[in-house]
Write a protein that binds this ligand. Structure first.
Ligand code: CAA
Length: 248
């Protein structure tokens, strides 16, 4: 299975997330999600910016009725409905919607010097793409409240220390991107059925009680005994061979 890389590329606006950018990203994501050959996706930006937030110039003239009737920003969360694992490789600014986009991905790899934050309070608004929920789930209520109420940024190093990022790289953007691509390639090398199930059960832990989550996990675990790849994986182990996955 292939690994696909998406690079946000609006350098003049530090990859500010505009509606056209998201339409393009969502169309591309759909194409690769539907391609049975895609095993994992990496979303990245540049050395200077993963994304400096929602496009403030696009938002400035919006009225309540524009935002409400068009369900402004709702299409951003399309990414969270995909079954393919997605890694965010973050260098530079990941502010506001940029931080939220990274948090929507399945895991974050970042440089230690990356700058995360939810600065919306400074613009007279609040996070609108899930930041108040996902950041709180990642760092706990007290720290999330401090970050969102003050608009203070936090570093990539802190993101690692607080469990927001899965891996932190002291080197350059390329080191971080290569680390993310390496992990994506590893994931893409496993059975698609098992990978899809693993992503689904971990995500369910965010929505269900522990008892419901454990029961859900067990049902999905039982279901995997109906897959060809469970037999292939276990027989390969017994024969000390490398499993040749069928993704069935
Ligand atoms: N929207 C639109 N344009 C942006 C932008 C944004 N979020 N962030 C940066 N830009 C533009 C700047 O306007 C500037 O354009 P011009 O050259 O045409 O003036 C260009 O990108 C370069 O930016 P700066 O000159 O400001 O670069 P800097 O290095 O001095 O500062 C920065 C970098 C600290 C990231 C600063 O650009 C900044 O504070 N940006 C805004 C960050 C922000 O508030 N993000 C949250 C947005 S609200 C949101 O995201 C809501 C939500 O929950 C979805």
């Amino acid at each position: 299975m292939n690994t696909v890389r998406f690079t946000l590329n609006r350098p003049k606006a530090l990859n500010a997330l505009s509606s056209p950018l998201f339409r393009e990203l969502n169309d591309a994501l759909t194409r690769f999600e539907e391609d049975k050959g895609t095993g994992a996706i990496v979303i990245t930006g540049s050395e200077k910016a993963f994304a400096a937030g929602a496009d403030i110039k696009e938002m400035a003239p919006l009225t309540f009725s524009d935002a409400y009737t068009n369900n402004f920003i709702a299409p951003w969360s399309y990414l969270t409905t995909l079954r393919t694992p997605i890694i965010a490789a973050v260098s530079g600014y990941a502010l506001g919607g940029g931080c939220e986009l990274a948090l929507m991905c399945d895991m974050i790899y970042c440089t230690s010097s990356a700058t995360f934050g939810q600065p919306e309070i400074r613009l007279g608004i609040i996070p609108g793409a899930g930041g108040s929920q996902r950041l709180t789930a990642a760092v706990g209520k007290s720290k999330a409240m401090e970050l969102i109420l003050t608009g203070h940024n936090f570093s990539g190093k802190e993101a690692g220390d607080w469990g927001v990022a899965a891996q932190v790289f002291d080197g350059s953007h390329d080191d971080c991107l290569n680390g993310a691509l390496e992990t994506a390639t590893k994931i893409a090398g496993f059975s698609r059925v098992a990978v899809t199930a693993a992503k689904e059960v971990v995500n369910k832990s965010q929505d269900l009680s522990l008892r419901e989550g454990v029961e859900f996990e067990r049902r999905v675990f039982h279901g995997l005994f109906g897959s060809k790849d469970q037999k292939i994986g276990m027989n390969a182990f017994a024969k000390k061979e490398k499993a040749q996955w069928t993704n069935e």
